[in-house]
Ligand binder design. Structure first.
Ligand code: FAD
Ligand code: MG
Ligand code: MG
Ligand code: MG
Ligand code: MG
Length: 552
């Protein structure tokens, strides 16, 4: 029932008598957006079609620039500088947008309704819960930390996901140094307090280790000279390498740099449990278990679905998944009016091999039952748009042209004719699906998805008026939506000491001080407002001139 019902018209009732027909205004379509993180903020910023009425529901009335959270942990940047009030963003819009500080606790797709619980302390119980109807629901609630059910993690570890977390870490780091300076302690006790353990060698864990090391080198040596030599930083990683989503050159550089600086990187080290005093690990090679006293642990091993999403997935038969599955237009599988994006969702990319008959039929324009090279070539753009793996395959295998694909698929028969029958077409594309991969859970993806979805909403009316093509190839007409395509712009891994590793598209790798400057300028320019940009840049300057603020 796709578009019907959304353009409901306000009824001009008979009893209104004198009122003219011109007062009949189309009722605005109600869009409910869950979440004010990267995906939600980006959607709001790009939405500019005033025919919608938007209600934003999120337990947090501000957006957080997460890439700078590690900088907050040791006082390089202030927490306030990386938060932008969501009301600042929506007040500048030409669209009717309201905000409720609440958490969505249940989604009822049959009745197009969500149930919410206010997160503000309220005296009267009755006001805490409410329901909201929607025409379109956009789920952008992100993900939560994943402990992999490791005992003791929830109780004893720090996490780095929200602003509060970063502030708690900062306070705890500074308190650790103050505590270690108390006269009553033995050196053994001081060493325990100043043993910082990081679990997880991904970008967040590595950046925190680097921040902490810089803090010790640049400020602690001057401020806490008595205990500076008792500090120890340990980084535990379960696989063979840290930063393993990056180029090998970056991984090697980071491991060597940390090694030289005395950060103890323990690879192949699985954490099996944590109690108040000790962290237990198991070495992957020999299975040896070790328990080590610690002062503070940061747990940074990955993300998992929030309870709301887990429950919703169960409701709609996706119970065995780790994130909500959507199609390439970011619609939750099976629901035309529910969209999901960012860390809570994953695009269920279609396999070429499963759709091969349809692709063939579509490419065979003259219905001859075979494809000429020309016919193949002409549909290639459409195929690549719907199936990005084909483009990747052609790129990676250096088989940039179709003639090679055709020749290989036909073998000796290619000498007689270059036309493909369906079996040969299947053979030509049989390996492309091996190039499929899920998009990473990053701000970059969430940001692009939010902007993409807003564009779809901006043009939805226009698109609904134009007939759609066959569903498999919806993206091909001029007036129709294109499926979401991710454009990777590269990624950074700050490694401390004013050095950053940058990996840009085309496997361009740069490591060192020059990339640190690139990092500063990219992160300044990506700020969502001039206000936060000014705050962040002045924090950086303040630190250069005065060092970190260590008042805990
Ligand atoms: P989030 O940004 O997490 O937003 C989720 C929103 O939903 C929040 O506002 C939350 O309050 C709200 N919410 C939660 N539950 C509910 C509910 N029940 N109802 C309504 N609203 C709800 N990515 C990069 O690309 N580059 C980086 O350098 C980078 N660095 C990072 C550093 C750190 C420390 C962290 C934690 C992440 C980093 N990321 C980075 C990843 C990036 O932050 C995430 O991929 C991104 O935030 C995902 O956006 P999202 O909108 O899906 O979720
Ligand atoms: Mg969001
Ligand atoms: Mg965010
Ligand atoms: Mg995702
Ligand atoms: Mg033909």
């Amino acid at each position: 029932n796709g578009s019907q019902g959304h353009i409901a018209h306000a009824e001009a009732t008979a009893s209104d008598g004198g009122h003219a027909l011109s007062e009949v205004v189309p009722k605005k379509k109600k869009v409910v957006l869950l979440g004010t993180g990267w995906a939600g903020m980006s959607f709001l910023k790009s939405l500019n079609n005033p025919t919608y009425e938007v209600e934003v529901v999120s337990p947090r009335n501000f957006f957080v620039f997460t890439p700078l959270l590690p900088s907050v942990t040791c006082g390089k940047v202030e927490a306030r500088s990386i938060a932008e009030p969501i009301r600042n963003i929506i007040r500048k819009k030409n669209v009717d947008i309201s905000f409720s500080e609440a958490e969505c606790v249940k989604i009822d797709p049959q009745n197009k309704k969500i149930y919410c619980r206010a997160t503000i302390d309220s005296h009267s119980k009755g006001e805490e819960e409410f329901a909201v109807d929607y025409d379109y629901l956009i789920i952008a609630v992100g993900a939560q930390v994943n402990t992999f059910n490791t005992p003791g993690v929830m109780e004893n570890c720090h996490f780095l996901k929200e602003i509060d977390d970063a502030q708690k870490i900062r306070k705890n780091v500074i308190e650790s140094f103050e505590k270690a300076c108390l006269p009553s302690l033995s050196d053994e006790e001081r060493k325990k307090i100043l043993h910082f353990v990081i679990v997880g060698g991904g970008p967040t864990g590595v950046e925190f280790a680097a921040e902490l090391h810089d803090f010790v080198n640049e400020d602690v040596v001057k401020l806490y000279p008595k205990v500076k030599d008792l500090v120890k930083i340990t980084l535990l990683e379960a696989t063979d390498h840290i930063l393993n989503m990056f180029d090998k050159r970056i991984t090697n550089f980071a491991e060597n740099k940390f090694g030289r600086e005395g950060i103890d990187v323990k690879l192949g080290s699985m954490v099996t449990g944590i109690n108040e005093n000790e962290i237990s690990t198991k070495a992957r090679g020999n299975g040896k278990t070790t328990s080590t006293p610690y002062g503070m642990v940061l747990w940074s091993t990955g993300i998992g679905p929030r309870p709301l999403i887990k429950e919703f997935m169960k409701q709609i038969g996706q119970g065995n998944r780790r994130a909500l599955a959507t199609d390439e237009w970011l619609r939750v599988e099976g629901f035309d009016s529910i969209y999901a994006l960012g860390d809570c969702a994953t695009i269920n990319q279609r396999k070429v091999t499963e759709d091969i008959a349809e692709i063939f039929k579509k490419a065979d324009k003259d219905n001859s039952g075979t494809l000429t090279v020309k016919e193949f070539q002409e549909t290639l753009n459409d195929i690549c748009e719907r199936y990005p793996q084909v483009e990747l395959y052609l790129k990676n295998k250096q088989k940039r042209n179709i003639v090679d694909l055709v020749k290989e698929a036909k073998g000796d028969a290619a000498k007689e004719s270059m036309e493909l029958n369906i079996e040969e077409f299947k053979a030509a594309l049989s390996e492309v699906d091996s190039q499929m991969k899920n998009l990473p859970a990053t701000a970059q993806v969430a940001n692009q998805q939010g902007a993409y979805l807003a564009k779809c909403f901006n043009r939805m009316e226009e698109c609904e008026k134009n007939p759609e093509g066959p569903p498999r190839f919806r993206g091909t007409g001029r007036h129709r939506f294109h499926p979401f395509r991710y454009r990777h712009l590269g990624q950074f891994a700050p490694l401390g000491g004013e050095q950053t590793a940058a990996q840009l598209p085309g496997d361009w790798v740069s490591i060192g001080h020059s990339s640190q400057w690139l990092w500063y300028s990219v992160y300044a320019s990506k700020q969502v407002s001039w206000r936060t940009r000014a705050l962040v840049v002045s924090d950086w300057l303040r630190r250069f001139i005065f060092g970190r603020d260590t008042s805990g």
